[in-house]
Design a protein around this ligand. Structure first.
Ligand code: NAP
Ligand code: MN
Length: 278
């Protein structure tokens, strides 16, 4: 094993790729280039920069791998054929990424993330963080839950479930549910209904709600039984949920602010609209 002499200038880099052939190819090219370069040290332990290769799903997984180190880690994504909302580089732009990493001065672009606190009926609490969104659904019967916003008992929800998304997650599941696209400099959460029951007897607001940073969202399920909770690309089943609380976390996710970190509106346009001329 080679002994490394670290200097303050050595940047610790982790490369994380999905199983696709193209991703593995890009990873090995990047690996060789960084291994032979004294400015960088490849390690999965306490990296300064995490490079993900794949799609947004890969970036979400990397976020969860390093969610305890958000204060010291910056992410950068290369996408290999997927949508790539969080990924700044295409698979043929590895050389451009290497150039940008060489001139990197530590600048970052940071976005809000969501903190979810689940309280079970025996008092136990579980805390998770989401980059895109957290959803709660019931599969046995209609979900009935009280929605409380900033201590105001807002509505009694009946339907399939509820999604609470971050600004950068607003273009993911939230958008499919009819929620608005939110610019990530707006530090807010978005609560979006999943198939609410609305008639003369049962009533919810119907539209999605954008809640400012200072306001907490609470969901109190009114029925016992199993609930499915999702945090980004993972799902969990829980029984006996007393309360779920949602707020903007005090930490953010940071990306390497290279010249290739495209503007939010450009990303939205590239992902959903494409060429305006056609
Ligand atoms: P997936 O099934 O591959 O994700 C669905 C699609 O969402 C993929 O095209 C993914 O891009 C894209 N995506 C992920 N985050 C995004 C974002 N912030 N903005 C715009 N598009 C985004 O599963 P996955 O890759 O593991 O991603 C998990 C996410 O899927 C969840 O967090 C949730 O937001 C989303 N999801 C959506 C629905 C729905 O729309 N009905 C249902 C369940 C989950 P890539 O192809 O680059 O991975
Ligand atoms: Mn995916």
């Amino acid at each position: 094993m080679t002994q490394m002499n670290f200097t303050d200038k050595t940047t610790k880099v982790a490369i994380i790729a999905n199983g696709k052939y193209q991703s593995k190819r890009v990873a090995s090219k990047l690996f060789s280039a960084l291994r032979d370069d004294d400015s960088f040290y490849l390690t999965k332990k306490n990296p300064d920069i995490v490079i993900t290769i794949g799609g947004d799903g890969m970036l979400l997984s990397a976020f969860h791998m390093y969610e305890k180190h958000l204060d010291s880690v910056r992410f950068v994504g290369i996408h290999t054929g997927h949508l790539g909302f969080y990924t700044d580089y295409r698979d043929f732009e590895v050389d451009k990424l290497l150039d940008n990493l060489h001139s990197d001065k530590g600048e970052k672009v940071s976005y809000p993330i969501l903190k979810v606190t689940l309280t079970l009926s025996d008092g136990r609490q579980l805390t998770s963080r989401a980059l895109n969104e957290a959803t709660v659904k019931r599969f046995e019967k209609t979900m009935v839950a009280d929605v409380i916003i900033n201590h105001v008992q807002f509505e009694r929800f009946r339907g399939d479930g509820i999604s609470v998304s971050t600004p950068t997650g607003s273009t993911a599941y939230n958008k499919s549910l009819g929620g608005a696209v939110l610019h990530p400099t707006i530090e807010a959460l978005q609560l979006t209904e999943i198939s609410s029951l609305n008639n003369r007897v049962f009533r919810t607001l119907g539209s999605s709600i954008i809640v400012p940073k200072k306001d907490k969202i609470e969901i109190i399920p009114k029925r016992l039984g199993s609930y499915i909770l999702s945090i980004d690309n993972k799902t969990y089943t829980h029984r006996n949920i007393a309360k779920i609380e949602y707020e903007i976390d005090h930490r953010k996710i940071s990306f390497v602010a290279t010249p290739s970190h495209t503007s939010f509106w450009e990303r939205v346009k590239d992902s959903f609209i494409g060429d305006c001329d056609s």
